[in-house]
Write a protein that binds this ligand. Structure first.
Ligand code: SF4
Length: 229
C-alpha cells in the first residue's frame, strides 16, 4: 500500500466532527427513496485518482446522496455528472459518467478531492469543520507535492480552505491571499492554482458555469500541469 492509499484509508475512519458524523450516518440509514435498495457508504469520502497526479481538483464536500452513498468523490450526483463529463471531454477521464465506485472510471494524471471529506447538512460545512478537516488536505498535498503542478479549486469555499492548506504544506502563498474568481490563476513555486465556479446545480442550471467554461479551465490547467493527451 502506498502512502496515499494509507492516507485515504485513514480518512475513511475519521470521526473528528460530531455533527458531520451524525449527519452522514443518519443519511446512510434513512436514504433517499430512489436509492432505498442500496447500502450507503456513510463515511468520509477520500480523494480519487492516481498517487502521482499532476493535476488536483479540489471541490467542497461530498453530497449526501452522491459521494456519501457511493464512497467516491463526485460520484452519483448531478455535480459529478458535469465534472466527469468535462474531464472525459478534455481527455482526462476514461468515461463520461461516474455512477459507482466499481464502474471502471479511471482518471489520467488527475486526482479529485475535497477540503471537507464528510457530507454536510445543506452542503454547508461550518468554518470549524473546514479547519478540522484541513489537516487531511495538508497531508494529501504533501504526498502529491513531488508530482502535482496545477490545482483547480471549485468555488470560494474550496478556495478559502485550499490556500491556507497549501501554505501549511510548504508553498509560499502571497499575503494577503488572492481572492477567489472564476478564471483566476495564481502562480506559486512550481504550482499553478486556478479558480473555477463550483459544478453545483445552482451554477450549472443557471448557466453561471457552462460546460465550455469548465472545459476551458480544465484544459488550461492540464496544460500547466504538463498533461497532454
Ligand atoms: S469532515 Fe474531515 S475531519 Fe471532519 S469527520 Fe469528516 S473526515 Fe474527519
Amino acid at each position: 500500500m502506498d502512502a496515499l492509499d494509507d492516507l485515504d484509508r485513514r480518512i475513511t475512519g475519521c470521526r473528528a466532527c460530531p455533527r458531520l458524523v451524525d449527519w452522514r450516518e443518519e443519511v446512510a440509514r434513512t436514504k433517499r427513496a430512489a436509492f432505498a435498495d442500496q447500502t450507503y457508504w456513510g463515511r468520509p469520502v477520500p480523494g480519487f485518482g492516481p498517487p502521482d497526479a499532476r493535476l488536483l481538483i479540489v471541490g467542497l464536500a461530498p453530497a449526501a446522496h452522491g459521494g456519501n452513498r457511493t464512497g467516491r468523490m463526485f460520484t452519483g450526483d448531478r455535480s459529478g455528472d458535469v465534472l466527469y463529463q468535462a474531464l472525459y471531454d478534455v481527455g482526462l477521464a476514461s468515461q463520461p459518467t461516474s455512477v459507482a465506485a466499481d464502474d471502471g472510471q479511471e482518471l489520467y494524471g488527475v486526482r479529485v478531492t475535497a477540503p471537507v471529506h464528510c457530507a454536510p447538512p445543506a452542503n454547508r460545512p461550518t468554518p470549524g469543520e473546514r479547519e478540522t478537516c484541513r489537516a487531511w488536505l495538508v497531508r494529501e498535498l504533501g504526498l502529491l507535492r513531488p508530482t502535482v503542478r496545477a490545482l483547480v479549486v471549485l468555488g470560494a469555499f474550496g478556495w478559502q480552505a485550499t490556500l491556507p492548506a497549501l501554505r501549511e504544506a510548504g508553498w509560499a502563498v502571497p499575503r494577503p491571499r488572492p481572492p477567489f474568481a472564476h478564471g483566476t490563476r495564481v502562480a506559486l513555486d512550481g504550482l499553478d492554482v486556478f479558480g473555477c465556479f463550483h459544478v453545483s446545480q445552482r451554477n450549472t442550471f443557471t448557466g453561471r458555469l457552462t460546460p465550455a467554461m469548465l472545459r476551458d479551465v480544465l484544459t488550461t490547467a492540464a496544460g500547466a500541469a504538463g498533461l497532454t493527451r
